[in-house]
Ligand binder design. Structure first.
Ligand SMILES: *Cc1c(COP(=O)(O)O)cnc(C)c1O
Length: 369
């Protein structure tokens, strides 16, 4: 069975390096924060082409820290795409602010800038754009609207490490960039991890304090803080992985572009990838009339597919209280009902990619009698 994503291949290939990195942390007992976490922060900031990166314990915390660093809280509203992983909205909700969900475009499936303005009120403080599936959202248009209304722009880069928008690295575009290193993300820890990138020292200092129990000087707590530090072992593993990220990205792009070129079945709809972006193909999502039928078809041929995401954020039970209805974000709802994610990961072979392409092209849909 070809898995949708198989991390064991990477581990087997670079096992010695990973284990040596972990051993070094153990020898120095630099387990929580510390030397190896700090070193990774510097390397990751350089990779994202920003002065600062603050490592945290996961991507959800990164989003929460970003909201807190901007002073967002109860009574505020933050624009969030309806089509994203739910954690984009959690960071807003944790502060007491309200996520306001906006539909995606019908072709890129990313945040639709044309639908933002109608959702802006005098309570709106920020827009979180998500570079979903590794495809940068239309930053310039979002930024132009945000500037006009004096809103912050936060990038959720959890699926887009290394992606570019008009030649600029994601995580360096908005006020703050939020990353996840969850296993399976383009850059991943051996456990949980995340980072917040920024230009302003003021934000970096705020996040460093928040993630470290509210203190700069140990045992002197200036604000109510959280324990959101990045673990030393994760920092050390991430420093190893970061060296491989450019070659992983190259492989993802090769496979992704092959799929785009060679999957020609009219029953399958591809995501649009605008010319001014350089996506990193975190997830290769397609649309098909009956996703469950297609997933069973692929499974019978030895290929695992799944769905990202079957329920859009505004219709999740957790957000029932916000009062959204079916029909509020029609493009996101249509996508949720028709999406399938194909196998794609850097260690996949050309033969496996060919097998996926051939299976997709041979798909005939549900036989009608
Ligand atoms: C993974 C992910 C997150 C959350 O990151 P965790 O590290 O799992 O907390 C947030 N937003 C998006 C778009 C993600 O894919």
């Amino acid at each position: 069975m070809l898995k949708r994503i198989d991390l064991t291949r990477d581990f087997q290939k670079h096992k010695k390096e990973y284990l040596e990195a972990i051993e070094a942390v153990c020898e120095e007992t630099a387990f929580s924060g510390g030397k190896y976490a700090d070193r990774f922060d510097q390397e990751f900031a350089a990779f994202c082409k920003v002065p600062y990166a603050a490592g945290v314990n996961n991507g959800t915390s990164a989003l929460h820290c970003a909201m807190m660093a901007l002073g967002i809280g109860a009574g505020d509203e933050v624009i969030v795409p309806a089509n994203t992983y739910i954690a984009t909205a959690w960071g807003v909700t944790y502060t007491g602010a309200t996520p306001v969900f906006v539909d995606c475009t019908p072709d890129t499936w990313e945040l639709d800038p044309a639908k933002i303005e109608e959702k802006i009120t005098d309570k709106t403080k920020a827009v979180i754009g998500v570079h979903l599936y590794g495809q940068p959202f239309e930053f310039s248009k979002v930024k132009e609207i945000a500037d006009r209304h004096h809103l912050y722009v936060i990038e959720d880069c959890a699926q887009a490490h290394g992606a570019e928008y008009e030649g600029r690295q994601v995580g360096s575009l908005g006020d703050l960039g939020c990353f996840s290193f969850y296993p399976g993300k383009n850059l991943y820890a051996f456990g949980e991890g995340g980072s917040v990138t920024c230009y302003k020292k003021e934000y970096f200092d705020a996040i460093t304090t928040i993630k470290n129990q509210g203190c700069q000087v140990r045992y002197y707590h200036d604000v109510v803080g959280y324990n959101y530090r990045l673990e030393g072992i994760q920092g050390a593993v991430l420093s190893v992985s970061l060296q491989y990220l450019p070659q992983w990205t190259r492989r993802r792009r090769e496979i992704g572009r092959r799929y785009l070129r060679q999957i020609t079945n009219p029953l399958l709809t591809m995501q649009a990838h605008p010319e001014n972006t350089s996506p990193v193909f975190h997830l290769f999502v397609i649309m098909v009339e009956d996703p469950h039928h297609f997933i069973a078809y692929m499974e019978a041929l030895g290929m695992e597919c799944n769905q990202h995401y079957p329920v859009p954020c505004h219709l999740q039970k957790a957000y029932e209280g916000l009062g959204y209805q079916k029909g509020d974000c029609p493009n996101a709802e249509y996508l949720a009902d028709h999406c399938v994610t194909l196998p794609l990961f850097p260690e996949m072979t050309e033969e496996e990619a060919t097998m996926v392409i051939e299976a997709c092209n041979a798909y005939k849909g549900i036989e009608r009698s």
